[in-house]
Design a protein around this ligand. Structure first.
Ligand SMILES: O=C(O)CCC(=O)C(=O)O
Ligand SMILES: [Mn+2]
Length: 232
């Protein structure tokens, strides 16, 4: 797959955010193909991160972070919320997407335009044109929180890629194969890094090792990850 630069048909800066060129996505080292169909875009979201953090505060005010329960009855170490038409949830009844926040019975907060634009631009940079997600899962990792190896497979169809944006403390991302037992690659993801996987890589197992403690200048003692998906 070749990587071609994308034209960005939108403005990144508005409101209280300084309209500097660095606020546009796409800065950083060139994209790196991890395995066929999976790309790391180093620092792709660094410039727009202050806007993302501002928007996140609004989302958390409407749909607070919470620790969900797995179908097996375990409390997840990662705290979660969602924005967009559909939100991923888990409880004793299973994993699924819902249009309403089960805690409030209100629709999930709208997907901020900046989130949508970032996801579409990152997917295009990795060769996936016209990605228009309708779900954004927000994961908050405190020190020690982790996500065990899993596949993203509750979306109904797997033709669209996954776009995953890292903010805050660095984390070790595990990127495995199509079998749980395949030995995963390990890579460090830093504030502003974006990973995109689709096509032959769409169902690869992946996860996050327990977060190491630290202090991030913008986000404090935590890592926040945005996972954009198209659910059908
Ligand atoms: O936090 C991450 O980088 C990965 C999150 C993830 O895989 C998920 O939410 O399904
Ligand atoms: Mn996942």
């Amino acid at each position: 797959m070749s990587v071609t630069p994308v034209q960005l048909p939108f403005a990144w800066a508005s409101g209280s955010i300084d309209p500097t060129p660095s606020a546009a996505p796409g800065a950083g080292a060139p994209p790196r193909e991890l395995v066929p169909g999976a790309w790391v875009l180093p620092a792709f979201a660094t410039g727009v991160a202050p806007v993302l953090v501002e928007e996140l505060e609004r989302v958390f005010a409407a749909a607070p972070l919470r620790h969900m329960t797995t179908p097996g009855g375990h409390r997840m170490s990662v705290a979660m919320s969602n924005c967009g038409p559909l939100g991923w949830v888990t409880d004793r009844a299973g994993y699924r997407y819902t249009a309403r926040d089960p805690e409030s019975d209100r629709p999930w907060p709208v997907l901020p335009a900046r989130f949508r634009e970032l996801a579409t631009a990152a997917a295009a940079r990795a060769g996936y044109e016209a990605f228009h997600p309708n779900a954004c899962l927000i994961n908050e990792y405190a020190p020690g929180a982790r996500m065990t190896l899993h596949q993203d497979r509750n979306e109904g169809d797997f033709t669209a890629p996954i776009v995953s944006v890292s903010l805050g403390l660095p984390a070790t991302f595990l990127f495995g194969g199509l079998e749980r037992s395949d030995r995963p690659l390990r890579l460090s993801l830093e504030h502003g890094d974006v990973v995109v996987w689709g096509g032959p890589a769409r169902l690869r197992f992946h996860g996050i090792l327990p977060l190491r403690d630290g202090e991030h200048p913008a986000l404090g003692r935590r890592r926040v990850n945005l996972t954009f998906r198209l659910v059908r």
